[in-house]
Design a protein around this ligand. Structure first.
Ligand code: SF4
Ligand code: SF4
Length: 311
């Protein structure tokens, strides 16, 4: 059987992907214009890596010279559980409740590529999951997985926005998907609900103000101006996605058991974080996305929340 849309769709579904789309490997001209404006405004905060390799972000042929298509894949990670409102606990963003998605998805992508190469030995692909100079959300939109919501996450009409995005750059030609319309309409629920006003304009997020950035990527102290605004988030923040009507109506439970909460990782007991040793932290979060914050980051976040709570 040749490699075509249908073979890729069947394989991707077999390995648990919920969304599959195909885009031609064209230059991301409008997207790079918006990214450059966003960078010029300093909205990337201290994530200086975002300024690098703009030529590769714009034209993936700078990564793989013979690229002809991008296959975008979405994997639902929604598990139908809620956070505790116990103030002695810090909330963890939903994507980090279970096993690190990189481990889960890499393995599946490797298998898919192996299968496709068996069918067609000249098939080549290189995969990215929010790493490297690939504009993952832009490709997901071009491949028709969903539209870019005003909170800057990609939303799909059938499953909402709780999904991971992976992209495969390939040397193969496919029939290409049509990008979807924007169904945000006049809704502003995400903008209204953001406690730090990080969505500074529709479709524009200022990372300097976003709890997700401030609790994970940020290596400095959390600015005092945000005291009392974190609503007990210790690792990431889901508020703008929690209030989105597309998630409220269409979220479905994932079939991937690794994304269900590991015991004790949906919320973290704040006072326990201070007594964690580096060895305990490394062991406990070895395969969890929470390790990205490092023990020092988690302690800083816990201190920040406890100072606000007056505990
Ligand atoms: S993740 Fe939280 S802080 Fe960041 S934009 Fe969404 S609601 Fe605001
Ligand atoms: S909350 Fe409303 S405006 Fe925000 S992303 Fe969802 S639909 Fe769009």
């Amino acid at each position: 059987m040749p490699v075509n849309n249908q073979t890729v769709i069947e394989l991707a579904k077999k390995y648990g992907f919920d969304l599959i789309g195909f885009a031609e490997a064209k230059v991301l001209d409008k997207e790079i214009e918006r990214l450059t404006e966003w960078l010029d405004r300093g909205y990337h905060a201290r994530m200086s890596y975002m300024q690098r390799n703009l030529n590769k972000r714009k034209d993936i042929k700078e990564i793989l010279s013979f690229a002809r298509s991008v296959i975008s894949l979405g994997m639902n990670y929604y598990s139908p559980e809620k956070h505790s409102e116990d103030k002695a606990k810090g909330k963890v963003s939903r994507y980090a409740w279970g096993k690190d998605y990189h481990f889960v998805i890499w393995e599946k992508l490797d298998k898919i590529i192996d299968h496709l190469k068996q069918k067609e030995p000249s098939f080549e692909a290189i995969s990215y999951i929010d790493t490297g100079p690939v504009m993952d959300k832009a490709w997901a939109v071009r491949s028709g997985l969903g539209w870019m919501g005003k909170h800057t996450n990609v939303i799909n009409k059938e499953i909402g926005s709780w999904f991971f995005i992976a992209n495969m750059i390939t040397n193969w030609e496919f029939e290409y998907s049509d990008p979807l319309e924007d169904f945000c309409g006049s809704c502003t629920a995400c903008i209204d609900a953001c406690p730090t006003n990080a969505i500074v304009n529709e479709y524009v997020l200022d990372s300097n103000k976003c709890i997700s950035y401030l609790t994970i990527e940020n290596k400095k102290n959390i600015p005092e101006e945000f005291k009392g605004q974190f609503e007990n988030w210790i690792f990431g923040c889901d508020i703008c996605q929690d209030v989105c009507p597309w998630n409220l109506k269409f979220s479905k439970a994932t079939s991937i058991k690794e994304f269900y909460p590991e015991k004790g990782n949906k919320e973290l007991q704040l006072d326990e974080i201070f007594s964690l040793t580096k060895k305990e932290f490394d062991k406990r979060f070895a395969v969890s996305p929470i390790k990205r914050a490092k023990l020092s980051g988690l302690k800083r976040n816990a201190e920040f929340l406890l100072a606000k709570n007056g505990c």
